[in-house]
Design a binder for this molecule. Structure first.
Ligand SMILES: C[S@@+](CC[C@H](N)C(=O)[O-])C[C@H]1O[C@@H](n2cnc3c(N)ncnc32)[C@H](O)[C@@H]1O
Length: 276
């Protein structure tokens, strides 16, 4: 999609074609740009470059976040034995999508993806390639309406059995007035004991000056506003849950696969909590 010729993928719905807005940066497409993808427009690359100019660490941050996602899903599928995943804020497919990691451990894993971006919707077909033993669904919905998500996800997930709710790099796009704490509470109220919350969120207290300036500039160019949060604010999202080791840490420090991985810089907090 690079080059602004418009969506290259065929077969998209008329609705999706209508609402792709190339006049303002969208988080899914900017994120894709930072990850080295091609599904972005000039406006997204401009926003991405503006952030990189204030905070060059952003590219390493988002790549470390993606690696955290893969390690966390592997932990959930192996050590925690989770077979159902609700991934809200899926993003444009990249390496190690949730179903790829989960079904590589247990082919019967069931995954529901949720995003509100029409470009992600265009890629839903690619996301929906399940193992024959498992199941995958894609829901075009807004995190700010968690009850709709839960209602539709129940067509694929059995909410009487444990579910891992994934909110990876999405909550900093939810403003305080949209009540991120209430949203997380509603999602976790719907899943039984033994379920997990896995989340990552941009930090306000790592490389604070640079990242605040980057966020301020991003807000001038993007559709969603960017709300960084401190470690204490992110910790509150896990209220009522038991954090698994090593707790809430910068994402490279969450069960890194190597010393090298642990030493990466990232201004993103990440953690995994279990519902007791
Ligand atoms: C920064 S990307 C993260 C993608 C992926 N989770 C990852 O970490 O690689 C944020 C994603 O959340 C989606 N998003 C943002 N606000 C949303 C909302 N209110 N409802 C649903 N999706 C949302 C965006 O469209 C985008 O795809």
């Amino acid at each position: 999609m690079s080059g602004d010729a418009g969506p290259a993928a065929g077969g998209q719905s008329a609705g999706a074609r209508r609402v792709i807005d190339t006049s303002v940066a969208h988080s899914a497409r900017v994120h894709d740009y930072w990850l080295g993808g091609k599904d972005n427009f000039a406006v997204d690359r401009a926003a991405g470059d503006t952030v990189m100019a204030s905070y060059p660490g952003i590219v390493m941050s988002v790549r470390a976040n993606r690696a955290f996602l893969a390690r966390a899903v592997r932990f959930l599928a192996t050590e925690a034995g989770i077979r159902q995943f609700l991934d809200i804020g899926t993003g444009i497919p990249a390496a190690n999508n949730v179903h790829e990691v989960a079904q590589s451990v247990a082919s019967s894993s069931r995954v529901v993806y949720v995003d509100y971006d029409p470009v992600v919707l265009l890629h839903a077909q690619a996301l929906l390639t399940s193992s024959p033993q498992g199941a995958i669904d894609y829901i075009d919905a807004d995190l700010r309406d968690p009850q709709t998500i839960l209602h539709r996800a129940a067509q694929t997930l059995d909410f009487s059995r444990p579910v891992a709710v994934l909110l990876i790099s999405i909550l900093h796009l939810i403003a305080d007035h949209d009540d991120p704490y209430g949203i997380v509470r509603q999602l976790m109220a719907a899943v039984p004991t033994g379920s997990y919350l896995t989340l990552s969120q941009a930090a306000s207290d790592i490389d604070a000056e640079q990242t605040a300036e980057a966020a301020r500039r991003y807000d001038q160019l993007a559709r969603e506003t960017f709300r960084q949060r401190s470690r204490a604010e992110v910790l509150r999202l896990f209220d009522g849950l038991e954090l698994v080791e090593p707790g809430l840490v910068a994402v490279p420090r969450w069960r890194p696969a190597s010393e090298l991985e642990a030493r990466a810089k990232s201004a993103i907090w990440g953690g995994v909590g279990r519902k007791p």
